[in-house]
Design a protein around this ligand. Structure first.
Ligand code: UDX
Length: 437
């Protein structure tokens, strides 16, 4: 008999995990307190943009294996319960807010069937899993808790869930590991590396990985600052150091830095937790990583002022991109949107285009101007800002775009456009970490 799986929390992580577990042949019940979300998912619609997920969801709903409910009691006969709720940054501090994780655990604890396994997937401060396990066993001594962090990237969520580059399981005993091996049998057969760890290490793996990625991005953005000062070119520098296999070329794309629902909040929560543990000095460098990252946004705004005027009032600026990265409609802590908001606050008339993120951006900043049409956004602009590297922007014809704007100045905040092509078409081209030519 195949195990029955429940997924608690059907946001980004949970909705993807539920659909993917179903493709592996498990019977899956996804539950969430948000009735609107459950109604959408049940009707085969994904409440956010993630390539390939909607098709997968519809396929799995049709298979009859995947169902959704707002009634938590629906999880009662599942063998494995995945907790996939959010852990946002607290309103008043850098720490993670654990109210959703705690509430999910408390809600399922009395109703999990004997012998079932609760598996946390949310990103939590180290120590949370052990605390939750104790709390669970007090209410329901016949179940167990393990931790299994996820590493999925937005835009590649389905691929990363079905074919992860490693599986990390934090367990207290062999039985929990055996059950997780049953869940991930397909991956094990495909030789996906399997790392068994204790509970704290499994929690730390996730934040350590995200801290490393954030560090790599801020490192190259720090090099961009030095390149600007010295007249160097950070894109050439990144290419050259990336050939060293110990360094590697990925995550060395200099620009306006990292955003999204994970990297910024995870490094801050990690610092906060290290402080509580008395290890704050060890993560002091992450404060600098955060500062370099936020500084990149200011450096773009300085470039805008340099090319226009200190007084941006009345200037027309077209912003290409609102999402925190391409192939996503997520605008949480988006560097692109943050820059657009700051420029608008300085008096410029800003028109924002994004292939997918206009609606979510509008919800956050309803008073800004948005356009569904790139040409309309560029029309009459005094300056164009390229802030999220969607493919469609790389495919623009610089000559045609020049005929639309009032003044052909473009700032490439992602170092992703073909500089020579834009210059050849008569544009003044600026980028972070590259001197003017
Ligand atoms: C990240 C981790 O990659 C993933 O493993 C984890 O599970 C969740 O957090 P995600 O938030 O989807 O995933 O985005 P990611 O692809 O890591 O990019 C994060 C940010 O860094 C984006 O804003 C992106 O534009 C920026 N970035 C990335 C750069 O500025 N330069 C780079 O070279 C790479």
């Amino acid at each position: 008999m195949k195990l029955k799986v429940s997924v608690i929390g059907t946001g980004y992580l949970g909705a993807t995990h539920a659909a993917c577990m179903s493709t592996l042949g498990f019977e899956v019940i996804g539950v969430d307190i948000d009735a609107a979300k459950i109604a959408l998912l049940s009707s085969g619609k994904v409440p956010f943009y993630e390539p390939g997920l909607e098709e997968l969801l519809q396929q799995e709903l049709a298979s009859g294996r995947l169902t959704f409910s707002t009634d938590l009691r629906a999880i009662a006969d599942a063998d494995v319960h995945f907790i996939c709720v959010g852990t946002p940054q607290s309103e008043n501090s850098l720490a993670a807010d654990l109210k959703f994780v705690d509430a999910a655990l408390d809600a399922i604890a009395p109703i999990c069937k004997p012998g079932s396994l609760v598996v946390g997937k949310s990103t939590v401060p180290v120590g949370t899993a052990a605390r939750l396990r104790e709390r669970l066993l007090k209410v329901n001594p016949k179940v167990d808790l393990a931790w299994n962090p996820e590493f999925l990237r937005e835009g590649f969520a389905v691929e990363d869930t079905l074919k992860p580059n490693r599986l990390v399981v934090g367990v207290v005993n062999d039985a929990a590991e055996a059950k997780l091996k049953e869940i991930y049998k397909t991956n094990l057969e495909a030789n996906t590396p399997w790392v068994r760890a204790d509970l704290p290490t499994s929690e730390l793996v996730k934040v350590a990985a995200n801290s490393f990625l954030a560090t790599k991005i801020s490192f190259i953005n720090a090099m961009a600052e030095v390149c600007e000062a010295a007249g160097g070119d950070v894109t050439v520098l990144a290419k050259a150091i990336g050939y060293d296999p110990r360094i590697g070329s990925r995550f060395l794309q200099a620009g306006i830095g990292f955003g999204g629902g994970c990297l910024p909040k995870d490094i801050r929560a990690f610092m906060a937790r290290a402080g509580e543990l008395g290890a704050d000095q060890a993560l002091e460098f992450l404060r600098e990583i955060d500062s370099i990252n936020l500084r990149a946004r200011q450096r773009v705004i300085e470039l805008v002022r340099k090319d226009l005027t200190d007084n941006l009032s009345g200037k027309k600026i077209a912003v290409l991109g609102a999402a925190f990265k391409p192939d996503s409609d997520d605008v949480r802590d988006s560097p692109a949107l943050d820059i657009a908001v700051q420029i608008a606050a300085a008096g410029a008339t800003v028109t924002i285009h994004d292939p997918k993120a206009i609606e979510p951006a509008k919800k956050r900043f309803p008073t800004l101007n948005y356009s569904e049409n790139i040409e309309e956004a560029l029309s009459g602009a005094d300056l164009v800002l390229h802030l999220t590297e969607w493919k469609v922007y790389r495919e623009l014809d610089p000559a045609k775009m020049k005929s639309l704007v009032a003044s052909p100045i473009i700032i490439d905040g992602r170092n992703a456009l073909d500089r020579e092509a834009w210059i050849a078409a008569g544009w003044k081209f600026r980028a972070l970490g590259r001197s003017e030519i």
